[in-house]
Design a protein around this ligand. Structure first.
Ligand SMILES: Nc1ncnc2c1ncn2[C@@H]1O[C@H](COP(=O)(O)OP(=O)(O)OP(=O)(O)O)[C@@H](O)[C@H]1O
Ligand SMILES: [Mg+2]
Length: 251
């Protein structure tokens, strides 16, 4: 059988075996990917694991937290068997709270102006440059978009941010929150059109059980499986099994 053609894009291996298989080796480096799903589908867990594997691989990793404070987040990842506290001490894995950044930048109003959007993109970019960040997660981009309000501003923000991150050779995951039964990939319908990739996490009811699923909808720069996978959150990290093999055997 012929090997699948993977093109010549350099990959950022997520370190999550099943996901790297789906993506033929990983996320093409410099891509900005939307990780979308309703509440409790495992977005934060998957995004954190992506960063921990990066940090373990000596790539500087940055988590910009918007909705949860980093101390609480840390408490959740410490039980992971692959987590090493030294990653925090050595600065390989850094947590930054965005609300603190808003305060520092004097962004106190409910709605950001165009100038403030530019300032926010510049501040995130300089942080990424200073820390030499290779992997970034913003959890969630939806919370930032609430401060932008109009589709034009959201479009402007996501475009400028992904361009800046890509120029800095940073591979990024922007977490997006959607309502449980929504068919959209983002609340405002703008972010997904701009992003290089979309990974969708959902809940799926099967024989009285609520499964978590993951599906890669698009990923520029690579071939990928479009199949739905059942996702398990375990102490050894995210495990993925094709739905048709795992969840639906028999009748
Ligand atoms: N290592 C783990 N093993 C088992 N369950 C876990 C693990 N980590 C997280 N969970 C469970 O997964 C659920 C959701 O995880 P996570 O916070 O990653 O989802 P989320 O999509 O980010 O949710 P939200 O939309 O609320 O931010 C939690 O309810 C938690 O109980
Ligand atoms: Mg979350």
């Amino acid at each position: 059988m012929m090997e699948p053609r993977t093109g010549d894009r350099v990959r950022c291996a997520t370190g999550i075996d099943g996901l790297d298989t789906i993506l033929y080796g990983g996320i093409p480096t410099d891509n900005t990917v939307i990780l979308t799903g309703s509440c409790g589908t495992g977005k934060t867990s998957l995004a954190l694991e992506f960063l921990i594997h990066g940090a373990l691989n000596n790539e500087n990793s940055l988590f910009i937290s918007v909705t949860e404070n980093s101390e609480k987040l840390l408490a959740n990842i410490i039980p992971y068997r692959f987590f090493d506290k030294d990653l925090l001490k050595s600065g390989k894995l850094v947590f930054v709270d965005l609300p603190a950044m808003y305060d520092r930048l004097g962004m106190t109003k409910a709605e950001l102006s165009m100038e403030e959007i530019d300032l926010l993109v510049a501040s995130i970019s300089s942080l990424v440059r200073e820390l030499n960040t290779k992997r970034l997660v913003i959890d969630s981009i939806t919370s930032v978009c609430y401060k932008l309000k109009t589709p034009e501003k959201i479009r402007d923000f996501v475009l400028k941010l992904s361009k800046a991150l890509s120029d800095l050779r940073c591979t990024s995951i922007l977490v997006s929150e959607v309502a449980p039964h929504s068919n959209a990939y983002s609340l405002f319908g703008v972010e997904e059109a701009i992003a290089d990739g979309i990974m969708l996490m959902s809940n799926l009811e099967r024989r009285g059980d609520l499964l978590r699923t993951l599906q890669v909808i698009k990923m520029r720069g690579t071939m990928h499986s479009r199949a739905k996978y059942v996702l398990d959150l375990t102490p050894v990290g995210v495990l993925l099994v094709p739905l048709l093999k795992g969840g639906s055997a028999g009748t």
